[in-house]
Design a protein around this ligand. Sequence first.
Ligand code: MN
Length: 499
Amino acid sequence: MLNIKKYQFWFCTGSQDLYGEECLSHVAEHSQKIVEALNHSGNLPFEVVWKPTLVTNELIRGTFNEANIDENCAGVITWMHTFSPAKSWIHGLQEFRKPLLHLHTQFNREIPYDSIDMDFMNENQAAHGDREYGHIFSRLGMERKVVVGFWEDEDVQREIAAWMRTAVGVVESRHVRVMRVADNMRNVAVTEGDKVEAQIKFGWEVDAYPVNEIAEAVSAVQKGDVDALVEEYYDQYEILLEGRDEKDFREHVAVQAAIEIGFERFLEEKNYHALVTHFGDLGALKQLPGLAVQRLMEKGYGFGAEGDWKTAAMVRIMKIMTQGMKDSKGTSFMEDYTYNLVPGKEGILQSHMLEVCPSIAQGAISIKEQPLSMGGREDPARLVFTSKTGPAVAVSLIDLGDRFRLIINKVECKNVEKPMPKLPVATAFWTPQPDLKTGAQAWILAGGAHHTAFSYDLTAEQMGDWAEAMGIEAVYIDKDTTIRQFKNELRWNSMAFGK
Ligand code: MN
């Protein structure tokens, strides 16, 4: 279900007809070589498509409008090989609606000291032309990503690759559809939000269904399909009976298998990419979807608990942004639960009642059954595991009433010191940057939620770029964060973004 389009990015080189045919033929040749090298580098997740050099207002305007209507084009990479008067770009840029990367590079790495003359300088003047071009974006107040460096360098290619993933997240955001099973949890503030504004800003369609309509889809699943999926679970996961009756255990697992199949059919049939549930409103469902939702997340669906559709949509987008990534470590819905405040070992234990995505698991995954302390249903089956270590990013999208804010925290995931044999849920443990005291203080000052969308595979920069493309406020909590500066940033942002 995570299969998204085979997106492409157009590579457009700017110039003008002042320099003569020979120069323009070099420009075309050089840009083709760069495109070829980028495509063969193995560093880019999507194909780059070369386009003829843009030399006139009409051609620029026409090309950007073609890019708008090409469904496979997720963005345009532009570079001024020579000088291209930026007034020529105004109409095209004003009409362009997709992500844009300004690649500030140069065909030659080194100044050819012995042979350089005026012809060479006129032909290779990105330092000049890219400044003229950059000016018009700033004048138009348009968002764009600027990447600087030599096109053959791996770090430059990796920056382009990271932006491509963000760009796909931006383009795909306008196709995200969230299915709400029941409403938000009563009295909870931070999981609420303006769904109309979310559709205007992010493109998300957020629809509610009565829980029993989904429960019907679950009860319609044939026993043969359920049994086959239970077999798959028993092959794939360790079974932790812990003294429970084997037959009874299997029957509880089968309830989750029916939920997985029923929910997935419902989501597919109605074309939804993310879902929310609420433990307090389960209708005819026998268990809170646990194992079932964990597996749906692993397949690429976004998820948020207690009706949290904002986090569900963010999880979906972040899963899209990481699609097909080599050595991916996983992306999940997550919740801040409890602290370790031992000096030098500070951190936040992350978990949820059940719903943590197994894509972030490290080592074996087991099935457990335990009572929920809330909801009053049958003991639900859930996947239990610990998570990978290393750097990651946790984000929270909140609605401040007059605007959205994305809070982006860099975190360091660690192993917990000791096993937690009595805890019947999947967990992660992390220390927020710059340290627990400052990180948690900044998070709380910014109004960040207890729910997050979490990923090992994305960077704070990518999430900030996504927010910029959406035209919303983003704040970073990282190694450079100080509380005094952060509070000022929030104040200043309220002037910049507030209505
Ligand atoms: Mn929760």
